[in-house]
Design a protein around this ligand. Structure first.
Ligand code: ZN
Length: 496
């Protein structure tokens, strides 16, 4: 018997608005150091207070909807979702039930379409911390605007679920509506999983929901673990229990948390203190036009315009700031080429720019922390660097040194650094020839070794020449000169 896994996703993301969802408190997304510093009578649920919806938060959710191909409802409303928990001071959460802001969207990953049922807006809850003296409530996060996205059960593996979450984060960051950092709880993914017997797909499987997933990796691992766990239960003839399970990352398994409550337990009803939301087509069109270029279309355009490999392009567009930076570098380079400032083939310029960008910048970020945005080199200076390298004004080891010098900050004009550190490649062949002669005189043993057939000796002599030229020689030219002396008629003269 074969079982087919069917997965659906539910994703929450904290929106990075200035103020909270229904009051004027600063939105610190619950990351404040001191508890209960950004609170007021509204977000602590005092009697007699009235909520006022945050217009920017509504627009953020609509932007997400537009970016994900949803239809924006022209009429929408807020509802109360009633339940008791100490981190929810009002005894209900203001959410959206039957008229969410956005409906019927989709996301395509590697050619497969994942349908998005709805995206709605709600408020986050506070946080509880359980200490020795009891449990404390911090309401800084209460009332933070929260986007909730629900998908159709279109996923069939943990990997698909992970890729979906990763692309979602990328889109939220491009839209600049949420940092969507899973480790900080700014994006929370839940996966629901049920298994169907092959050829028997009308039978509904029992749905298990997994919560507490705080990294992309755990989304994939937890989903795959759960598929395996349920398969084993069904294969042994037992039944899967409908429940919510948590993920124990250290143990690498899901653990039972509680039996699943069904939707009507929440006794949703329309929020009486907030009027209905009515939007016009013009408003939604205006919003559509305000969207930035999104990762998929940026990727397609970069492929077309820059002619780089797909893997280079997808790394370059992974973050909007990085993509924007690279695009400025590329336009500087193409400008240098069209103005005749350089005669290097533009494809070669762009390829060099991408290579150094993706290796050296990544190394810089890995060594020092921070992100790609923190590298203190302007697009102009970076483009100048690429041109210097492409024109052979510095050799490759000097190029590395030049770039790391530029990344130290301060004066990062590469031509100044080339002068200051004397990095420019020796173009004076006479001078190089002189150095080679001296190197051969100083290394008679290596010369003999080479003549006795030891090929390694040549590499050593190239190294000595590079050292004697303080790294400024072109290694290829040095090698040619050395060979000329070692094998040609000049050799005796040089060693005598
Ligand atoms: Zn407040």
């Amino acid at each position: 018997m074969k079982y087919i896994p069917v997965l659906g996703m539910e994703v929450h993301a904290e929106l990075k608005t200035k103020s909270k969802m229904f009051c004027a408190c600063e939105n610190g997304r619950g990351l404040e150091k001191e508890p209960n510093t950004h609170i007021c009578p509204v977000c602590t649920g005092q009697p007699g207070t009235l909520p006022v919806p945050n217009r920017v938060a509504i627009e953020y959710v609509q932007k997400a909807g537009l970016a994900l191909g949803c239809t924006l409802r022209l009429d929408s409303k807020f509802d109360r979702k009633n339940y008791f928990y100490p981190d929810l001071p009002k005894g209900y959460q203001i959410s959206q039930f039957d008229k969410p802001l956005c409906e019927n969207g989709s996301m395509t990953i590697d050619g497969k379409v994942f349908r998005i049922t709805r995206i709605h807006l709600e408020e986050d809850t506070g946080k509880l911390s359980h200490g020795r003296g009891g449990t404390c409530v911090d309401l800084n996060r209460a009332g933070v605007p929260l986007l909730e996205l629900v998908t159709e059960p279109d996923f069939s593996s943990g990997k698909e679920a992970r890729l979906f979450c990763q692309k979602l984060r990328q889109i939220f960051r491009y839209l600049d509506i949420s940092d969507a950092d899973m480790e900080k709880g700014q994006m929370r993914c839940e996966v629901n999983i049920s298994l169907f017997r092959e050829g028997d797909e009308r039978l509904s499987g029992t749905k298990v929901e997994i919560k507490n997933l705080n990294s992309f990796r755990s989304v994939e691992r937890a989903a795959d673990f759960e598929i395996l766990r349920q398969t084993e239960i069904l294969e042994s003839g037992k039944q899967v229990v409908q429940e919510t399970r948590g993920w124990d990352d250290a143990a690498g398994r899901t653990v039972s948390q509680r039996a699943k409550e069904s939707a009507h337990d929440y006794r949703y009803f329309p929020e009486p203190d907030i009027p209905k939301l009515i939007f016009s087509k013009e408003e939604t069109e205006r919003l559509r036009k305000s969207l930035p270029e999104l990762p998929d279309s940026k990727e397609a355009r970069f492929l077309e315009e820059f002619g780089l490999s797909l893997s280079d392009i997808s790394s370059l567009v992974s973050e909007r700031d990085v993509a924007d930076y690279f695009e400025r570098v590329a336009s500087e380079l193409l400008e240098k080429r069209s103005s005749g400032e350089t005669s290097v083939d533009p494809k070669r310029l762009l390829k060099l720019a991408a290579n150094y960008f993706l290796t050296e910048r990544k190394r810089y970020v890995a060594d020092r922390g921070g992100d790609m945005r923190s590298v203190p080199v302007s697009a102009e200076n970076y483009a100048e660097f690429v041109t210097i390298v492409a024109e052979g004004k510095v050799n490759s080891s000097a190029a590395q040194r030049l770039l790391s010098e530029m990344m130290k900050g301060g004066d990062s004009d590469p031509s100044h650094i080339v002068d200051r550190l004397q990095l420019s490649q020796m173009s004076d062949e006479g001078a190089l020839e002189e150095i080679v002669r001296l190197v051969l005189l100083d290394n008679e043993k290596s010369v003999t070794d080479y003549r006795n057939g030891k090929q390694n000796a040549l590499q050593y002599l190239v190294g000595q020449t590079m050292k004697a030229s303080k790294g400024r020689a072109n290694p290829e030219t040095a090698r040619t000169f050395l060979l000329r002396f070692l094998e040609g008629s000049d050799s005796r003269e040089a060693t005598q």
